[in-house]
Write a protein that binds this ligand. Structure first.
Ligand code: ADP
Ligand code: ZN
Length: 433
């Protein structure tokens, strides 16, 4: 078995707990001193760093949620001097306001190290040519995989998304052995290769795909293997944790969360109580090593469980099961987070629309498709096809600008969409995940 950092990855449980405690203690001392936000939050919860005497005591600490990031936009959660920052990333999915995350030099190193370990666990190494088909930019996927693959010593092709025919030529010409990207984009890439008459098995060296940023299934993993011979691994992360960084190993049974870097809990979303391995609940992660933007007991909103037993690969870190859903109403469309409230916010910028809308999500071919059906105000009704098409184009543009993802829009006559008693059911998700 090849490890990137054998000592840390195979560390016995007791030693891990000691290390995690040391890291947590140092982190708490730091944030308690340097961050008005954390100081206030801990004071409110009646807990100080001195009350934390073992890693299990972490449960005494208050939770963090995405709303904490939004409420402290853009940089009130930064815990270091401005001059120590080296990067910002901005999350795509919003409920009106984006979330900003920041990094020091050490934070970028830690993230790259985590990705390099994960890529090693997938069986990749120095000899590999890794084509990164995640978006490069404010989204963490592109640069995250890029730095990790470089740290591994592999050759990196910063292909980003789109221009799929060119991507397939690059896979052939540069002898790409692995692709990193979203599962839906990878499936699209395989479809285009087929149309171009490129047989992935015979005409390329591609053998591994590292896929993430959106939920996908074991069936999808098998399908990819059947049609292309490519072994697809599942990488997980969120911008708040740094970006994509935790991955399954060659056993392909659960995502390892490197335990010297992060502490993993599954909690009951109602009571906040930690749940034992095997039980499903809300994934909650503390990144023990972050400097600029610490995340302590961050509730991701993703539903998962910690797998029972040891992994045959020898890594002692906990493994989480595939994400099976969300505890909130966030949608993930082509890798981008979309909250129905953000759709509503954007729609209501158009004076001719009402707040009656429904979002229909489906798969067109292998790509997510989002259709927003929204009612016009009675006074905006018109028989002019031109007028309607213009309004539709305006709404599509507002949605694209607000959500960073394209949606189709259908303008509906007044009173034609369903009304709800109590909680509105805004989303019809026809994708099977
Ligand atoms: P963005 O920059 O698009 O807002 P985030 O980092 O906020 O991206 O998105 C993180 C979310 O994406 C996670 O909380 C989870 O819901 C989803 N996600 C990421 N990777 C996976 C994966 N491998 N499987 C399932 N869901 C994933
Ligand atoms: Zn393993």
């Amino acid at each position: 078995m090849v490890y990137y950092n054998e000592k840390l990855e195979t560390m016995p449980k007791e030693e891990t707990a000691r290390l995690q405690y040391q890291e947590l203690k140092a982190l708490l001392d730091r944030v308690y001193r340097n961050s008005a936000f954390y100081h206030g939050k801990m004071k409110e919860a009646g807990v100080s760093p001195d009350d934390i005497k073992s890693i299990e005591d972490i449960r005494k600490l208050p939770f963090m949620k995405k709303t904490d990031l939004r409420d402290n936009y853009p940089d009130k959660l930064v815990c270091v001097d401005r001059e120590d920052l080296v990067r910002f990333h901005v999350s795509s999915g919003t409920t009106g306001k984006p979330t900003v995350v920041s990094y020091t030099k050490n934070d970028i190193e830690m993230w790259a190290d985590a990705v390099a370990r994960s890529l090693t666990a997938c069986g990749l190494g120095k000899r590999d040519v890794i084509q990164v088909c995640y978006g490069y930019g404010l989204f963490t996927g592109g640069l995250g995989l890029h730095y990790g693959a470089e740290k591994l010593g592999a050759v990196v092709i910063p292909a980003s998304t789109g221009n799929t025919e060119r991507q397939i030529e690059l896979i052939q010409d540069l002898k790409t052995t692995a692709v990193a990207g979203t599962p839906s984009y990878f499936i699209h890439l395989l479809d285009v290769a087929k149309k171009m008459g490129v047989d992935i098995r015979k005409d390329t060296n591609l053998r591994i795909a590292v896929l993430g940023a959106e939920p996908w299934t074991e069936e999808m993993r098998r399908y990819i293997h059947d049609i292309s011979g490519v072994t697809a691994h599942n990488i997980f992360g969120t911008s708040e944790l740094s970006g994509p960084m935790f991955c399954d190993c060659e056993e392909m049974h659960g995502t390892h969360i490197h335990s010297d870097i992060a502490y993993t809990e599954i909690i009951d979303p109602e009571t906040g109580e930690p749940l034992p391995p095997g039980e499903k609940g809300e994934l909650t992660i503390t990144v023990l090593k972050k400097e600029a933007f610490p995340m302590i007991r961050y509730r991701l909103g993703d539903v998962s469980s910690i797998l029972e037993g040891e992994c045959p690969c020898g890594r002692t870190s906990p493994r989480i099961d595939r994400i099976t859903g969300r505890v909130d109403d966030m949608l993930i469309i082509r890798g981008i987070n979309v909250f129905p409230s953000a759709v509503e916010h954007a729609l209501l910028k158009n004076p001719f629309l009402t707040s009656h809308f429904v979002i229909e999500v489906s798969r067109k071919g292998r790509l997510d498709d989002m259709l927003v059906r929204v009612e016009l105000k009675p006074e905006a009704m018109t028989d002019s096809i031109n007028g309607l098409m213009q309004m539709q184009a305006v709404v599509e543009r507002t949605l694209r600008d607000a959500l960073n993802v394209a949606a189709r829009v259908e303008l509906c006559p007044p009173n034609s969409l369903p009304r709800f008693e109590g909680k509105a059911k805004r989303v019809i998700d026809k994708r099977v995940i």
